[in-house]
Design a protein around this ligand. Sequence first.
Ligand code: ADP
Ligand code: MG
Length: 698
Amino acid sequence: MPIKAEPRRSIAQIFEPRRVAVFGASDDRAKWGGRIMHYLALHGFAGEVVPLNPRRDVVQGRRCYARIADAPPIDVAVIAVPAVIVPATIRDCAAAGVGCCVIISAGFAEAGADGAALQEEIARISAETGMRLVGPNCLGLINLRNGMALTSARVLDVEKIIPGHIGLVSQSGALMLSVYNRAHDQGIGFSQLVSVGNQADLEVCDFFEHMIADPVTKAICLHIEGLLAGPRFLQLLERARRAEKPVIVLKTGRSAQGEEAARSHTASLAGAYPVFAAACRDAGAIMVDDPDMMPLVAQFLLANGPARGDGIGVISSSGGMNGVLADRLADRDLRLARFGERTRSALLPVMLPDHRDNPLDMGMRRQEVGEGDAIAPHLVAALAADPDVSVILIPLTTTPNYERTVTALAEALRTCGKPALFIVTPGSVATGVREVIRRHHLTYCDRLDDGIRLLETYLRALPDVGSLPLATVPPIAAPPRSGYLSEPEAKKMLASFGLRVTRERCVQSVVEAGDAAEALGYPVVLKGVSRKVVHKSDAGLVRLNLRDRVAAEREFTAVFSRLKQLDPDAEACIVAEMISDGLELILGVKHDPQFGPVVMVGAGGTLAELIRDVEVALAPLSAETAQGMLKRLRIWPLLDGFRGDPARDVGAVIDALVKLGQLASALEGRLLELDINPLLVRRTGEGAVAADARAVIA
Ligand code: ADP
Ligand code: MG
């Protein structure tokens, strides 16, 4: 096969083709190939469209070719023929020097083994010839700058597409089109959109990389189902951050397979999604869980820049709505701004004296000043000048003089210098009002839930702080042996990395147990050591709070015989110092297949798996990251000193997390799992001690 498509086309070239070929072109708009032709013409595609169809000479007024070989040179061909003839079709394309094929056809890897074989074949053709592929099983791509609408979807049945600055890369075609359509209706413009389908050649990260470099795209939305290369994705996130382009990520497939089978707490508590989310958060990306939030958040960020504070100022036309809103904001820990005296004074000429507090109800105005439109500029100016107001929220129920009032609000808001968000809850009666808001290039949501979610996402998206220095990784002195490390072995490894573990001795006889207890000082703990028994206390192998030699010797006899029953290979028990006053945390490491070593911290104790209070970060991690993890835990107040309880040695936990990150990095992927459960955290200044540990080394 001749190699014609070298050099391989860049994605920028694919989005800006001079000539596009449409396989199966038709005059009939009910047909796929008819609609694609129509949409390209309707939206004024800047390049040339070449129809391909063996049974036609002219399609939609353009000269039609029977074979790609006869057509003039083609940059991008769009193909929706049945899967079985796709390989032959794209082979012809490659031979004709086509730069890229967009394969809409389904029936490939998503459909089963036969389809997977077809997909391998087209991937091979692409690799051998250098001809790029989008798809298969995709819904195409749209470039709103040149009208290159390579999709047959009826979302393009609009008078005018809206060019903008938001890029969208979606693994799901249907989802992309749904998101696109709703955003379009809200007046939100895009730069480029692509549905990547099965990613036989070009994949999410390729388009992500392109959009970071694309000068028109200013914010990037990614819908990701699986991820192909974690390290590359992380690099691109970092690059996007440096380019100051917000990245909004919707990730599905949160439940990782095989986790229930995992042996350690860490693996079951720190699933694949939290690791992905932590990686994104560390890189400054914004996670959303609702597809329609992607363009909304992007638009809001592009219009307003990052949040400068967390106070929300509210102007509404309904006391009832204000009541609902105040409760709902409180539920989400979102804060109503506290108006300053200057703000209240500024409101005095237009509002009733008793109604000058946040949230404002326009109905409580002085009647002599006129209707809502008369006071709107005063209200907006007062809130915009208040230092505690970072966002102005306008929940709109119906109101007299609806459109006039909203026009006055929108005009004032557009130039007030603070972010503003409308929530337009009525139905059709507000159609004109929505139009007014769109005309002023302001953002609105239709439902209270959406508005609150958008606000929350915006206010929690931390402004760029620059990347924090990572902890350096010292070389590891003596690498541990591979396999399952029992408690004493795992603790030895931790101690060699500077983590504090309980003082303890391994004992094999009654006398040794008694001597160890005397040497360590009372009270002591006695436990059986086994590679087989994962939960020692469940198996009756843990005895706490032994207060004298007699107790230590007696419990050794009992535990050791029980141990031998459960695990004939077991040989020893541990006598350890008892840490009586520690708060229990779980610390752990797991190996993520995409992002490598991950450090985890969570609430310990018997309820750990029930309450699932866990934070993760990629290793190695900085002390700042470790501190952030602890502060995001629900049990943070317990560490910080809750209701008269003493504050705990948070510094020691941070130190342990940083060291765990170093350990995980130093072992370079060999540390598959590590649990410290519990880490007993004592009062400030008294440290934190690992009382139990286990590990799996590759
Ligand atoms: P396992 O997790 O295998 O059941 P552990 O060694 O974690 O066994 O012991 C069970 C529980 O006993 C711990 O979660 C902790 O509450 C307590 N414990 C164990 N060792 C100590 C110790 N040295 N000091 C204080 N409490 C301990
Ligand atoms: Mg334990």
